[in-house]
Design a protein. Structure first.
Ligand code: KG4
Ligand code: ZN
Length: 361
């Protein structure tokens, strides 16, 4: 069957088409129209601006997806859309488009949870992930450890008590004058420090919040504030105003120290949870899964500490928001449904609602 999926929860307008046949999945189209440059001017995503761009882009993206897949509406068997969580004005564009298409084309429709999509990006090139699975979800809005005993079964065993790790990346990048989105830039600057380490700022140390707490929760707000104080102190010591650029060597040091602190806590808790819940696989998911240091350090930690546990990360193309991940989750949802439940999906053009705080269930 051919599944067409739509994702507009934040600042990417994305449509994908996948084909599933005999338990094999082929990705026929993965179109993403990114608004990153537009929002960079404002230092972050502006919800109404995102909605306006989605409205402008969504039908051209649909046309491109169908052309890339070499399909017409008649070959589409199922439509799905990110229902939440996300920015309401942005979600509404995708949801309304999906409902309109489902009604006009008379196709079944499914609403999908954005984080379920991120998790299922791990199945893009590996359909043999062994359960139980521990998913470390790291994005701009979420930082969670999720235990899955089987497909589509989620138990949140730990989560951030304040900022999401991606959000902390973005805020630290802003205080260093590095622009938006911050994750990839901090990743790069931290890499530059590792390649060329300097002892010049050895006194700069950032905390590893909650690293020894007995639960599986996280906190990144204190880490962000500690980075802010380190920057303030540096400016005062060197008589720099808030408008003056910081030296590259100092920026690289803060980026590396922040990234080391964040990855250390994420990895320590993930390994601890994987051990306690006796999982067979650890998977990484969400936009921050594109982070080179986190990918390689977590893989190393799993291999060293849990030799019988597999580690999977999504291919880079499917780490940031995209619709292929939504289509992959849809395929597993559809497979688990009875004929009656599938039949009822033909009515979903009336029922699916955007929900900015949708819970994973
Ligand atoms: O999943 P995503 O695309 O959107 C949400 O669902 O939130 O994640 C976006 C987040 C942003 O905070 C961005 O800075 C972060 O992912 N990010 C990264 C990297 N690439 C994107 N963080 C660290 N390292 C990266 N390479
Ligand atoms: Zn996302």
């Amino acid at each position: 069957m051919n599944i067409l999926s739509i994702e507009t929860s934040c600042d990417e307008t994305a449509i994908a088409i996948i084909n599933t046949k005999n338990n094999k999945t082929e990705i026929l189209a993965n179109i993403v129209s990114s608004q990153v440059e537009l929002h960079a001017e404002w230092g972050g995503v502006v919800p109404n601006l995102a909605a306006r761009e989605h409205t402008k882009n969504i039908l051209p993206v649909l046309k491109e997806a169908l052309e890339t897949a070499k399909l017409t509406k008649d070959n589409i068997d199922l439509i799905s859309v990110t229902q939440g969580p996300g920015l309401i004005p942005a979600l509404l564009v995708g949801v309304t488009t999906a409902k309109s298409l489902a009604y006009a084309w008379q196709k079944p429709l499914l609403g999908i949870h954005h984080i379920e999509g991120h998790i299922y990006a791990n199945w893009a090139e590996n359909d043999d992930v062994q359960f139980p699975v521990l998913a470390l979800v790291v994005s701009g809005g979420h930082t969670q450890l999720i235990l899955m005993k089987d497909h589509l079964q989620y138990k949140i065993v730990g989560e951030t008590q304040d900022d999401a790790v991606g959000e902390a990346y973005d805020k630290v990048a802003r205080m260093l004058g590095l622009g938006y989105p911050g994750g990839p830039i901090i990743d790069k600057k931290a890499g530059e420090f590792e390649e060329n380490p300097s002892s010049e700022f050895d006194d700069v140390e950032l905390p590893r919040p909650m690293i020894n707490s007995k639960d599986y929760n996280f906190s990144f707000s204190g880490l962000k504030t500690a980075a802010l104080y380190a920057v303030k102190k540096f400016r005062e010591k060197n008589n720099l105003s808030n408008e003056d650029n910081l030296p590259k060597t100092f920026i690289n040091k803060i980026a590396n120290e922040f990234q080391s602190a964040a990855t250390e806590v994420l990895i320590k808790k993930a390994i601890k949870a994987a051990r306690e819940f006796k999982v067979k696989s650890v998977v990484l998911a969400g936009g921050v899964s594109a982070n080179k240091a986190l990918r390689s350090r977590l893989e190393k930690a799993v291999n060293e500490n849990l030799p019988n546990v597999d580690f999977t990360v999504p291919p880079f193309t499917y780490c940031l928001d995209n619709a292929t991940m939504i289509a992959l989750a849809t395929a597993y949802r559809w497979e688990k449904m009875s004929e009656n439940e599938r039949e009822r999906c033909l009515d979903n053009y009336k029922k699916v609602q955007a929900n900015s705080s949708l819970k994973l269930s």
